[in-house]
Ligand binder design. Sequence first.
Ligand code: BES
Ligand code: ZN
Ligand code: ZN
Length: 511
Amino acid sequence: MATTTPAALPAQVSPPEFALSEHAPHEIGGVECWAFPVLPGEDGAVVLGPGADEAGGTLGLDLLEVLESARATGRTGELTVVPVAAGDVRLVLLVGLGDQSVTDFRRAGATLARAVKDRASVATSICAIAPDGALEAFVVGAMLGSFGFHWRSEGPAEQPVRQVVVAGVQDADSRRPELERALALGGAGWRSRMLATVPSNVKNPAWMAEQAVAVADAAGLEVTVWDEQRLAEDSFGGILAVGAASATPPRLVRLDYRPAKSSGKVPHVVLVGKGITFDTGGLDIKPAQGMSTMKRDMTGGAVVIATMAALAELDCPVRVTGLVPLAENAVGGNAMRPGDVIVHHGGRTSEVNNTDAEGRLVLADAMAYAVSELKPDVLVDVATLTGAMKVALGQRTGGFFANDDALAEAISEAGKTAGEPVWRMPLVADYEEKLASKVADADNAAGGAGAITAALFLQHFAGDVPWAHLDVASVGDSPEERYEWTTGPSGFGARLLLTWLAGPGSVAGLR
Ligand code: BES
Ligand code: ZN
Ligand code: ZN
């Protein structure tokens, strides 16, 4: 079928650059903005963080009085902006740090980053009082709060601040690895958010596969791409059926990472990400409102690609394979129909009772391939799978299921640490009967508790492998600008997976 060649995306903005310094902000020459933390004190008073008094002295300003005038409380995300004109300095930003938890630092980073958009540089002493893990969180928050995507003829509407100097940190050289780790985590969040934001007139399955190949080349991963002929030869019936009506045929991508310093056998984790480059619903077409955000239905795939891209930077000690089944769920004469039966990779069959329940059909193929051909120690899939999850958990917490308690604990902890919280949902065995089909091994659209029955459908493809299923439909999109979340696709999940796979004691939950 004839199709127009997608236009190329214009150049996008880049995250800020970060530097560490032992000096206080006012001792660092040439910066445009200074930022200091504000902590809630006794009896409604506030306390200013390190370097603020000296900076105020240089500027001839009592910053504490300024905070009093502004009725500042020091709560997280509170921002007092003081325009100044003193040498190179144009703005002083006083940023609330609340209880000074790791989350507060992430949020302060994002708050600051938004306030210094289009500025050349900011030096901040916020991390001078950072507890363990908080410098990482601050940098990740500052990166993601700077995120932007544009397709404007005259360039982006705004630019992230070019440089952030993390000032007042003792023994700055020794903190360099922590900064590098933060840049890898934040960069993965940025990449998955960017991929999820790209419009689907560019982002078809082949385009996504090209992104994966570029990532593999840059990160030294092995990469394999199945085109539609190879998918047919290898019996990927689910991916082919879902992608059948699209003018841009489906693909399957496999990325392989092996740790550099591994000796002997290391655990093997397989990640599978739903890569629906646009979900119209198929013949069971979605109403306009439900379709409007469906360019991001490949968020799971983006999360897997972005995670794979960062494993080497984080020195991940386990072997990881990423699988991304890519298809556009379109409408057309070749579309799969309600009542069709699909034969998945490995032979299990599904009756298509709703063409809009397409994600599980492509995941099933990839999971079956993982279990039979890769024999992983752990299998994790990530997918914007069900609207039901959004109803259950709202848009600030993701949901997940697991057939293994240790794995569930590790996933849940990683989500908390990374700032991508997920709540465990039950694989209610009693609902299994809802999956019954009159003709096939399962119905793809069992009703009832939709997120649970979708997970039960997938569970059959995990075999005996410890498996977790992350349903990020709820959090794949942020309805508002909120701390590190920018309005629109979120790319939720890459920070969680990397924190799990490359964290200290990363083999938690892996046997
Ligand atoms: N991509 C959607 C799920 C979704 C909905 C993601 C809203 C993000 C926001 C998925 O393919 C879908 O349409 N699922 C159906 C399944 C149903 C037909 C069994 C759903 O959840 O309604
Ligand atoms: Zn759908
Ligand atoms: Zn979908």
